[in-house]
Structures are given as structure tokens and as C-alpha cells.
Design a protein around this ligand. Structure first.
Ligand SMILES: O=C(O)c1ccccc1NCC(=O)[C@H](O)[C@H](O)COP(=O)(O)O
Length: 264
């Protein structure tokens, strides 16, 4: 069965080939090393949790394969500022255009309008994309284990770490979590979205949370929209949450963020 992720990875190969035609690794590395210093993504999450709040990573997401159009004309600056005012610990900016309507311009605009650390949410299949992320001031990247083998995952992680960026390794099931537990990084995102059936089910976090290795930190991702969802996921041990669609659709993003930040 061909999933939405398979389709995305297919065109990502063309995008990466075009990126390689435009830039050499040494050019991108040079630009990456002169970008604004990383803001400390993982540290900001931990700081928020240590202060007793839920650490939200709030996402700019104009559309998606599962939801279709969410908000085509969303202004990245006002969305990011609303998230910041609502108490977000960090932001996530989708930079994929064909499926999510995002871009690197969004990343730059958000970076310039708020002081929160930012995840470049992209489908990483080459270390050049990591350098490109840092060159555009991203503070963290996502490594989706369904899309890469362990060798590539390790390369992506070490490239990010060399540039002082943090990494979320994303898993969907037990087999991917076993791989994530062996990788040299702390943050593990359990994605509640089943990419085959295109449905979200918070029980993914509940099932996988106890299987995180010692020293790993859980982030629950996708399908979170209410304080009751947060309360349920907190019972499974989650304190860090990646939330996109429900906040993008909210008519009052600031209040929606605050309610999720403070849910116990
Ligand atoms: O959101 C999708 O439809 C999707 C499809 C294929 C690959 C990835 C997809 N989403 C990326 C994400 O991980 C979410 O944007 C993120 O976890 C936030 O989820 P949500 O709060 O449900 O928007």
C-alpha cells in the first residue's frame, strides 16, 4: 500500500536533487555556520516542563494530506506571535510546499518575528536538508524513521548535532521505537497518526511510552485538540506535545494554547 508519506518521499528525492544542483555541501555548511545561534529547542521544552506547564510545540500548518485545506492564507508571523502569546515552548514550521503549503520563507519569517526555538518540519532524506535548515535559522530537525534507514538517521543526527541543532526522532510503532532507542539522540516523538489509515489514535503514545529506553524523552505528536487529550497523555507520562491542526483551526489560538499548556 502506497501511503501519503511514500508519495512525499518520492517528490522529496527530486527536491533534494535540485537542492544539490543549486548548492554544494561546503557552501551550505558555510552559510549554516554563520546563521543566528541556535536557540536551544530541547532546553526550552525542559525549562517549560520544569516550571510545571505542558511544553507545547505549536505548528504552522496550512494544509495536510489528512485534513486537506486548513487555512490557505495563514500569515506565519501572526500565527507564530499568537502561539508565543499563548505560552508555546517551541514552534514547528512545515517547510514542505506540495503537501503542507509551507516554505523556507515561512521559517525565516517566523524566526524573525518571535524568540522561540523552531523545528524545521521537513521530510529529511539527505544531510544537505539539515544544513539548509540551519542556514535558515532552524533550531531543530525531525528525523522520521519510516522514511530513513538507521545509517541515514545517524548521519542526519550527527550533521544536526555538529551544527548545534536538536533532533526529534519520530516513530509510529514498536519496531521504529526499538531503532530510535538505539540512536544517539534524546527526543523521541511518538506520532499518533497512522499513515496507512490516515487516522489519529492517542493510544499509540499510551502503548509506546513505557517502551522508551532510559534517558529518552517522550513527545506526543498529532491528533491532540482538547485539554482532556492532554490529561490522558499526561497519564502516559507525556509532558511535551506537538500540535498543529487543532490550533490552526481554532478561532482563538492564544486561549486554545493556554488551555492546553495548563491542562493537568
Ligand atoms: O498531517 C498529515 O496529514 C501528515 C500526512 C503525512 C505525513 C505527515 C503528516 N503530518 C505531519 C505531522 O506529524 C503533524 O503535522 C504533526 O504531528 C501535528 O499533527 P496534528 O496536530 O494532528 O496536525
Amino acid at each position: 500500500m502506497i501511503t501519503a508519506l511514500d508519495r512525499i518521499i518520492e517528490y522529496k528525492r527530486d527536491e533534494v536533487a535540485a537542492l544539490k544542483r543549486r548548492h554544494s555541501a561546503s557552501d551550505l555548511l558555510r552559510t549554516a555556520r554563520t546563521a543566528a545561534p541556535p536557540r536551544g529547542f530541547e532546553a526550552a521544552l525542559s525549562q517549560t516542563v520544569s516550571e510545571g506547564a505542558n511544553a507545547l510545540i505549536c505548528e504552522l500548518k496550512r494544509k495536510s494530506p489528512s485534513a486537506g485545506m486548513i487555512e490557505a492564507g495563514a500569515d506565519p508571523i501572526s500565527v507564530a506571535q499568537q502561539y508565543e502569546q499563548g505560552g508555546a515552548a517551541c514552534l514547528s514550521v512545515l517547510t514542505d510546499m506540495p503537501s503542507f503549503g509551507g516554505s523556507l520563507d515561512d521559517l525565516a519569517a517566523v524566526h524573525n518575528s518571535v524568540s522561540l526555538p523552531i523545528l524545521r518540519k521537513e521530510f529529511m532524506i539527505d544531510t544537505l536538508q539539515v544544513m539548509e535548515a540551519r542556514a535558515h535559522s532552524a533550531d531543530a530537525i525531525l528525523v522520521i524513521l519510516s522514511a530513513v534507514d538507521d545509517a541515514l538517521a545517524s548521519d542526519l543526527i550527527s550533521t544536526a548535532n555538529d551544527l548545534d541543532m536538536d533532533v526529534i526522532v519520530e516513530v509510529h510503532d514498536e519496531a521504529e521505537l526499538e531503532r530510535a532507542n538505539r540512536l544517539p539522540t534524546t527526543l523521541i516523538g511518538v506520532n499518533n497518526r497512522d499513515l496507512k489509515r490516515m487516522v489519529t489514535d492517542l493510544s499509540a503514545t499510551e502503548r509506546l511510552a513505557p517502551q522508551l529506553a532510559a534517558g529518552k524523552t517522550l513527545i506526543s505528536e498529532s491528533g491532540i485538540s482538547t485539554p482532556e487529550h492532554i490529561q490522558r497523555l499526561r497519564k502516559a507520562g507525556a509532558r511535551r506535545f506537538l500540535i498543529g491542526e487543532s490550533l490552526m483551526k481554532s478561532t482563538d489560538r492564544i486561549q486554545a494554547c493556554k488551555a492546553l499548556c495548563n491542562a493537568t
